[in-house]
Design a protein around this ligand. Structure first.
Ligand SMILES: Nc1ncnc2c1ncn2[C@@H]1O[C@H](COP(=O)(O)OP(=O)(O)OP(=O)(O)O)[C@@H](O)[C@H]1O
Ligand SMILES: [Mg+2]
Length: 317
């Protein structure tokens, strides 16, 4: 495996409690890797180990070939970590704050000044650079925290729930920033339990629950393998513009429709269908040809959210 980040069988015990067990995955530069799991699954624990803030009980992880256990200093210089929580220091402006972290990464003189200026520009914080950190809104704090992770221009970003608490516009802005960073060659690990925000962003992902990886790999491949393993019939959500009294009888007569569930009388239905990729569109064609005004015709279980609900059991540890 020539990947920039290789996580190899990490296990972390807290006393007799196993927070993560044999966690392995890998990803490379230029890609955004989603780390998905419910509360308490072990996302933060894993990310803290990768960022050298905690040590695994067994196993190791390699960042550009360097072990997080044996060579933490080398690893730190290559990683930018955005924690899920951070305290805002008093009496520090945005500029001071970034300068403080630039010093911590041993940047000096002109190089340090340029790094701070670059991050302020990139994060679009020039107008507010003299504001005190404690006075910032949650969204601006998150932005600053991402900026702080970028200050030493790391190859790898480890972002623990960076979108938590952001409004929809701020989420979109964050997504755009992360895409730009990936295009510039950074490897990005991002955790979340809000799947809609990850499904558009990530190329690959790992799904973790109760400390164990349930599934990992390319998002599309995971979806395909799940569909292959899924013995139940695909379900279509159907809704019409206006309620129609006759449609129920009609639906039951359409080929490949096995079972019809009426959600809203005459208007919204769930159809269990017994057909392949080529046959399912014929159901829609049949409805349109028969004059029904279809507003929605959607195969369920296709997005990352459904996938997550399918493979996790919702048990909190
Ligand atoms: N220092 C610690 N001591 C004891 N148990 C811990 C410690 N840190 C984490 N845990 C436990 O390990 C498990 C995993 O926690 P972790 O914070 O990694 O979950 P998470 O996936 O980040 O959850 P969330 O979505 O809520 O942030 C939890 O059961 C947690 O209580
Ligand atoms: Mg967490």
């Amino acid at each position: 495996m020539g990947d920039l980040i290789v996580v190899d069988n990490l296990t972390r015990m807290f006393g007799s409690f196993t927070a993560i067990k044999d966690v392995s995955f890998s990803f490379d530069s230029g890609s955004i890797f989603g780390f998905i799991g419910p509360n308490g699954a072990g996302k933060t624990t894993t990310m803290r180990i990768l960022s050298t803030l905690d040590i695994a009980t067994t196993g190791d992880a390699f960042i550009n070939g360097y072990s997080v256990i044996d060579e933490p200093d080398k690893v730190r210089s290559m990683i930018g970590f955005m924690p899920d929580y951070y305290g805002a220091p008093k009496n520090m402006t945005i500029k001071d704050y970034l300068d403080f972290f630039a010093r911590a990464y041993l940047l000096k003189g002109e190089k340090r000044r340029k790094s701070v200026e670059y991050v302020i520009d990139f994060m679009d914080m020039k107008k507010i650079q003299d504001k005190h950190v404690v006075t910032l809104s949650k969204g601006m704090k998150q932005r600053l925290c991402l900026g702080r992770a970028l200050i030493h221009d790391p190859k790898i970003l480890i972002l623990d729930e960076p979108a938590a608490g952001l409004d929809p516009r701020a989420r979109i802005e964050l997504r755009e920033l992360l895409k730009i960073l990936a295009e510039r060659g950074k490897a990005i690990l991002i955790s979340s339990h809000i799947l809609t925000e990850l499904s558009e962003l990530c190329d690959s992902c790992a799904i973790i629950e109760q400390g164990k990886i349930l599934s990992h790999g390319n998002v599309n491949e995971i979806q395909e393998s799940l569909q292959l393993n899924n013995k139940s019939l695909p379900v279509i959500s159907l809704s019409l513009l206006e309620p129609n009294e006759d449609i129920l009888i009609h639906l039951n007569e359409i080929p490949f429709v096995e079972q019809v569930e009426e959600i809203t009388k005459g208007k919204k239905f769930k159809l269990k269908v017994n057909g392949n990729k080529n046959q399912i569109p014929q159901i829609l064609k049949n409805l349109i040809d028969s004059g029904y005004l279809v507003m929605e015709f959607k195969l369920e279980g296709q997005n990352l959210e459904d996938l997550f609900l399918n493979i996790t059991k919702g048990e909190v540890q």
